[in-house]
Design a protein around this ligand. Structure first.
Ligand code: TUI
Length: 338
């Protein structure tokens, strides 16, 4: 025993050393570092997807409070609603969080500006090329993380100044590309020097560990957070995901180049029937107008659009965001031998 130290001090110091060697921080939480945790100032390399209607302030704050990165999904929300959501998130957490900008949103220009005005520190983008906002955000010291579905887009985004990229496979729910997570992630990792976040088909520690084996430094998770206790998603939507089997999703919109993955129901059957008959974009758009809101907010999972990834089949219960994050990190790091 060191001279001058009481037995209690000695035991405390020994416990501190033990926690440090096993990467365990105060409160027993595992400390998990990657370039992404450093870049974003978060505890764990888990990012919540910026899902339209689902990713609002309760969920984003809960994920951030659990040590991951919560995201607000701006989707097609008017800029003032996004501003309000940002302020409400701040009331629930003092941890970092971000905003996802859906680039097909006609309000994207104004939303991009609101993000700067409100001092948001992290932006992810989806469904398009965010190059035109890059200088605005970089000058405001916002970390910019585009979601990409190809190596070409990943390289383009790195050249444009992206801080990291999310490589999203077609297992994901919602708007998708054509490459799978298993093939896309290692190819993007080899093509860029910025850190890569894997997305698509991840809902447990195995998916987390596999992503790291492919070279990713974090994961983005959508479908699993849709069923989180803190998500305001209608119970019918959560139940539909929990009930889903491996092959219960369909991809609509292939014919007009905007493929969307969602759970098979009356809506997808009608959509695919019209597509087969050669219906035009306008007619198909009319069919789905407001249909995601109808499913997420009103619980109409028969006629509404139930966006979800292929991993829905693995998801069988609701958990809090804290439980989700701790389970994935615990299992993931055990599998990785860290
Ligand atoms: O954006 C997503 N997933 C989404 S957005 C969304 S909202 C929506 N609601 C109704 C209809 C349509 C959309 C639902 N799900 N994921 C990120 C993502 N981005 N996946 C694929 C892409 C992508 C696609 C093309 C990224 C870049 C890109 O570039 C095209 C170009 O400009 O060359």
């Amino acid at each position: 025993m060191a001279v001058g130290k009481s037995r209690l001090e000695y035991i405390k110091a020994a416990h501190r050393m033990e926690r440090k060697s096993r990467n365990i921080g105060k409160g027993g939480r595992l400390i998990v570092k990657s370039r992404i945790t450093e870049l974003l100032g978060i505890e764990y390399p888990i990012i919540q997807g910026g899902m339209a209607w689902v990713a609002e302030y309760h969920l984003a704050a809960a994920v951030s409070n659990a040590g991951g990165l919560g995201l607000l999904g701006a989707a097609s929300a008017p800029p003032e609603v996004v501003r309000e959501q940002i302020r409400k998130t701040r009331e629930l957490t003092n941890k970092p969080f971000g905003v996802n900008v859906m680039l097909m949103n006609p309000n994207a220009d104004e939303v991009a500006q609101v993000i700067v005005e409100e001092g948001v520190k992290v932006v992810t983008t989806g469904a398009g090329n965010p190059a035109k906002y890059m200088s605005l955000w970089k000058e405001a010291n916002v970390r910019v993380i585009p979601v990409v579905a190809s190596v070409a887009m990943a390289k383009l985004m790195q050249r444009a100044g992206a801080d990291a990229v999310v490589a999203e496979g077609m297992e994901s729910g919602g708007h998708i590309g054509s490459a799978t997570t298993m093939t896309l992630v290692p190819q993007v990792v080899d093509a860029v020097s910025v850190p890569v976040i894997a997305a698509g088909g991840i809902a447990d520690g195995r998916g987390f560990a596999a992503s790291f084996m492919l070279g990713a430094e974090a994961v983005q998770i959508g479908t699993l957070f849709c069923v989180a206790a803190e998500a305001i998603t209608h119970d019918n939507y959560k139940e539909r995901i929990i009930k889903a089997k491996d092959i219960d999703s369909e991809v609509t919109g292939m014919s007009h180049g905007h493929p969307i993955r969602c759970i098979r129901n009356s809506m997808t059957k009608e959509y695919l029937r019209l597509e087969k008959e050669g219906a035009g974009f306008e007619e198909l758009e009319h069919l789905t107008l407001g249909s995601l809101r109808k499913a997420v907010m009103e619980g109409d999972v028969v006629n509404g659009t139930v966006m979800a990834g292929q991993i829905a089949g693995l998801i069988n219960k609701t958990q809090t965001c804290e439980e989700i994050v701790q389970d994935i990190i615990g299992e993931g790091y055990r599998l990785l031998g860290r």
